[in-house]
Design a protein around this ligand. Sequence first.
Ligand SMILES: [Zn+2]
Length: 63
Amino acid sequence: MKSDEGGVFSERGSRKIHCSICGKPASAVIEGKAYCYECGSKIVRERLRAQLEELRRRGVVSF
Ligand SMILES: [Zn+2]
């Protein structure tokens, strides 16, 4: 067994995507931008909240 399994995804693959906010390896692409898990879920949560806010403003839901 060779000891460089970790090298499989390095430079040669050249398909490294990093989070556009914090620079960690990205795990999701939202609207064309890459985000890591943490930032991605934050974005999704904020978008959800904005959507709810919009619905509430239109009087679709009330709470
Ligand atoms: Zn991030």
